[in-house]
Design a protein around this ligand. Structure first.
Ligand code: SF4
Ligand code: F3S
Ligand code: FES
Length: 234
């Protein structure tokens, strides 16, 4: 066992006028994650600390936060990889509800704005499946991995200065359906994405790609969406 010092940004809008940092020292085991240290604080030192988590295994996307300046999922980040002096802040660019919990409504509205579902007529009579070759499936495999954690969008400098930009996560989901061979709404999707608040808002900062815990090639996906718009689809 060893100790780790956590500097955590605290903010309770019912009593605080502005955020402040609070320091906790907790005991951790060699392979503990940042999430374990946060649990230690909440369960044994300060039950008022607010943060989200659900699966605790990198699947649900609920515990993205800024750890030592980088957007990360606390549940898959080992303390030994970040050091024993750790600063934790809420994701930037979304309103803080309390401590490390941000209001995700704007993020999910932007996600919905790209119509992240399949547009397709029912399969032909007598057929129960829409067939797709392995190559066609592979075309959008990378962007199916998104867990909607918002680490990419809240690391994007364009998004920080303009919350009308849909952000990289929405563009990743746009990619996932645009390149699905079963989808029949290419023109409609291009209309939604062809603008400065969508595909053309990105300034290729690459923060999103660095932040993604699923290692999705986010910037590349955005570039592929742009090229598809220029080509007018295949
Ligand atoms: Fe999170 Fe990556 Fe999806 Fe962005 S693309 S929401 S960082 S999983
Ligand atoms: Fe933002 Fe990613 Fe583009 S960080 S500017 S969406 S490359
Ligand atoms: Fe689910 Fe971290 S708690 S991804």
């Amino acid at each position: 066992m060893s100790t780790v010092t956590l500097h955590i940004e605290r903010f309770d809008p019912t009593v605080d006028r502005k955020p402040h940092m609070q320091t906790y020292v907790v005991e951790v085991a060699e392979d503990d994650r940042v999430l374990d240290a946060l649990h230690e604080v909440r369960w044994h030192q300060d039950g008022t600390l607010a943060f989200r988590r659900s699966c605790a295994h990198g699947v649900c996307g609920s515990d993205a936060m800024v750890v030592n300046g980088h957007n990360r999922l606390a549940c898959i980040l080992l303390i030994k990889d970040v050091g024993h002096e750790i600063t934790i802040e809420p994701m930037r660019g979304l309103p803080v509800l309390k401590d490390l919990v941000v209001d995700m409504r704007q993020f999910f509205d932007q996600y919905r704005s790209v119509q992240p579902w399949l547009h397709a007529e029912p399969p032909p009579p007598g057929s129960r499946e829409r067939l797709q070759s392995p190559e066609e499936r592979a075309r959008y495999d990378d962007t199916t991995k998104c867990i909607l954690c918002a680490a990419c969008t809240t690391s994007c400098p364009v998004y920080w200065s303009n919350d009308r930009f849909v952000g990289p996560a929405a563009l990743v989901l746009a990619h996932r359906f645009l390149f699905d061979s079963r989808d029949e709404a290419t023109a409609q999707r291009h209309d939604i994405l062809d603008g400065r608040m969508a595909a053309w808002g990105c300034r290729t900062a690459f923060n999103c790609t660095d932040a993604c815990p699923r290692h999705i090639k986010v910037t590349q996906a955005i570039e592929e969406v742009r090229r598809d718009i220029l080509r007018g689809g295949d």
